[in-house]
Each structure stands twice: as structure tokens, then as C-alpha cells.
Design a protein around this ligand. Structure first.
Ligand SMILES: NC(=O)c1ccc[n+]([C@@H]2O[C@H](COP(=O)([O-])OP(=O)(O)OC[C@H]3O[C@@H](n4cnc5c(N)ncnc54)[C@H](O)[C@@H]3O)[C@@H](O)[C@H]2O)c1
Length: 331
């Protein structure tokens, strides 16, 4: 059984806690580290953007620390989930790897390429797995879409538009999200999910065109990227923190293939629909679970020595940071 620690028990920390606990007998969360006592008590922990309620996770039987150095020194751990504010990912990831622990680090990997390189080097030196938690690569509707595209189940893709729309994150301590030096802003924090998925499915684009809109205070809040593949295909993604609060959060895509149009919208009652030629509309069956349980299971399998290709390497995660940084520069 794997012994796991979690550092940063905010929205994503609780989400990882729940996902690890759902793995059952393969792993147990042995320790958590959180510097804010209110967060330990679960005070002020709101549901994040997908209204996945992580509050059913329990700290029963889990050692609680407020200092990360103490946790990795004293607790008997194989791996840690790093669910801290983004600017803290590099330092904590490197410390954990140097201690000989495997690391599952939340996205985005880091806010600079130099930091990504430091993290990759530390993993390689330590001979440990570093996986960046790009949950969309594990999200059932996106896993299904990648398979449909790879197998050309509906012919070639002609148009693919992805979106991720909500208000600026208001859960937990909102101040770090609104500081671009800590979160990277809407492009690095939100849009990167679709940037990474577009790269995963279609590969690196030749070039990107970027348009953006700002909040009243001049901070970028909405970004629209067109990915140019030089072959006539239209691929785009839109990320927004500027929606009215009453809209809630939605993510989705519309993909037009030769023989079907596929639509996914997380807010719809029937979220995934395949419109075939004629009047035939199909709702594909998807496996249970979400991207969080999927990514945690995959990471657990990798570090337990299962012989499978990683769904995401740390070099991949670095490339998504790199492309997102170049989009951010043009926003
Ligand atoms: N994959 C996704 O869908 C998704 C969704 C939201 C956030 N994220 C990412 O997850 C990360 C965390 O985001 P969040 O929404 O959980 O933020 P959050 O503010 O809710 O949680 C961060 C927690 O870290 C704690 N913390 C800060 N410094 C600490 C320290 N030195 N030691 C211990 N704990 C400390 C804070 O008190 C807070 O409870 C970010 O990188 C964010 O981009 C990913």
C-alpha cells in the first residue's frame, strides 16, 4: 500500500484527498500539511469551479502537520500531492523529490520555464516520478474525444473549439489567484487546461493567434487562442474569468468531423452528444469517475511499477507551460 501526503488543503488539496481515499486499499493518505488552521477545520472551503464537492473526504486517521519540512521528515511517505498555490509548486516539488518522494503536482507545473527545468532535473536526479496533474487528460468526456479523434471514428476533424468559462476563482484565499505573479492569471491558471489538451490531441501548432479582453483594472480576464496547424483545420480555445457569477462554470467543446458533430457542455443535462448524419443523436456511455480520480489512479499505478506509458510526462507539462506563456505574452 502506498503512503501519501498532501500539502495545501484548500480546494484542490481536499479534492486530491477524496480521490486518494476513493482508490481504496491501494493507497492511504497518511499525512496532510496545511499552514492555515481554518483550512484544516474545513472552514471557508468552498466547492471549486466544477462544483465537485470534496467535503466528504475525511481527515480521520491522517496525521496533520503545518510545516512541510516536518511532514516529509517525520511521516512515512512514498509520495506527495502538491496542491499549493502555483508559485509554490517548484520549491515544494524539488524538496519532496530530494527527499526521495514521488510527486503529483497540480497544474500549471510552474510559472517559468526555468522552474519547470529545475523540477525536471530534480526528478531525474532523484530517480522518482514527477507527474503534473492535468486532469483534463483523464476526464471521461475528453478521454472519449481523444480516442474518437485518434481512431478517426467520425472521419477527419475539420473544426474543434474548446471552452472553459467562469468567474475569477473565489474559493479559498482568493488573493493569490488575483496576483498574476502567483497564479499566472487566466491564461496560466485556466486556459492552460485546453492548451494542454489541444497539444495532447493535435500536437504542437505551427503558430497561435491570440485575442484577449481585460477587467476594468486592466488585468486579462478572457483569452481566445486560435491554433494554426497549416492544414485548413480550425482549432481554437477560449478561457474566461469574466462571466457573470450567475452563469456558474462550464467547460466543453464542439468538434466538427466529416461524419458527425460532437458537443460536450458540462452544464447540460446530457453533457456529451454525438450528432450523426441524418437525425441520429447519440449520448456515448462513459466510465464512472472524473479526471481527478483518473489522474490519481494513473499516478499510483506508475509509481507502483506498472508497465505503462505515462499519459503525461513532465516534459509535456513543460511544453504546455511554454505555449501558455507565449499566449500570455500576446494577451
Ligand atoms: N486541476 C484543476 O481542476 C484545478 C482547479 C483549481 C485549482 N487548481 C490548481 O491547484 C493549485 C491549488 O489551488 P486551490 O484552488 O486548491 O487553492 P487554495 O487557495 O484553495 O488552496 C491552497 C492551500 O495551500 C495552503 N498553503 C499555502 N501555503 C502553505 C504552506 N507553506 N504550507 C502548507 N499549506 C500552505 C493554503 O492555506 C490553502 O489552503 C493551484 O496550482 C491551482 O492552479 C487546479
Amino acid at each position: 500500500m502506498l503512503n501519501v501526503g498532501i500539502v495545501g488543503l484548500g480546494f484542490m488539496g481536499r479534492t486530491h484527498l477524496k480521490a486518494w481515499q476513493e482508490l481504496g486499499t491501494e493507497a492511504r493518505v497518511a499525512a496532510v500539511c496545511e499552514s492555515n488552521p481554518d483550512a484544516i477545520a474545513g472552514i471557508g472551503v468552498a466547492a471549486g469551479n466544477l462544483e465537485k464537492d470534496p467535503s466528504s473526504a475525511t481527515l480521520e486517521g491522517v496525521e496533520v502537520y503545518n510545516d512541510f519540512g516536518e511532514m516529509i521528515e517525520q511521516a512515512d511517505l512514498d509520495a506527495v500531492s502538491i496542491t499549493l498555490p502555483t508559485h509554490m509548486h517548484p520549491q515544494f516539488t524539488v524538496s519532496a523529490l530530494e527527499k526521495g518522494l514521488h510527486v503529483l503536482c497540480e497544474k500549471p507545473m510552474a510559472l517559468t520555464l526555468e522552474s519547470c527545468d529545475r523540477m525536471i532535473e530534480a526528478a531525474s536526479k532523484a530517480g522518482r516520478t514527477l507527474m503534473v496533474a492535468h486532469c483534463i487528460r483523464f476526464w471521461p468526456e475528453y478521454v472519449w474525444l481523444k480516442h474518437a479523434i485518434d481512431t478517426r471514428a467520425y472521419g477527419e476533424v475539420r473544426v474543434a473549439d474548446f471552452y472553459r468559462l467562469g468567474t475569477a476563482p473565489g474559493w479559498g484565499d482568493a488573493s493569490w489567484f488575483s496576483d498574476p505573479g502567483k497564479s499566472g492569471g487566466v491564461t496560466m491558471d485556466l486556459h492552460i487546461h485546453d492548451v494542454d489538451f489541444v497539444r495532447y490531441v493535435f500536437g504542437a501548432p505551427r503558430d497561435v493567434n491570440v485575442e484577449g479582453a481585460c477587467f476594468e483594472n486592466g488585468c486579462p480576464g478572457h483569452v481566445r487562442t486560435s491554433f494554426n496547424y497549416g492544414d485548413g483545420r480550425l482549432v481554437s480555445a477560449t478561457g474566461s474569468w469574466m462571466m457573470a457569477e450567475s452563469c456558474g462554470f462550464r467547460m466543453g467543446y464542439r468538434v466538427i468531423c466529416d461524419s458527425a458533430t460532437i458537443e460536450f457542455d458540462s452544464q447540460e443535462e446530457e453533457p456529451l452528444r454525438v450528432y450523426n448524419a441524418g437525425e441520429d443523436v447519440v449520448q456515448p456511455e462513459l466510465p464512472e469517475g472524473d479526471g481527478y480520480t483518473g489522474e490519481v489512479r494513473h499516478f499510483a499505478e506508475l509509481i507502483s511499477g506498472s508497465n505503462q506509458e505515462p499519459v503525461i510526462t513532465c516534459e509535456d507539462a513543460r511544453e504546455s507551460v511554454s505555449l501558455s506563456l507565449s499566449i500570455q505574452e500576446r494577451t
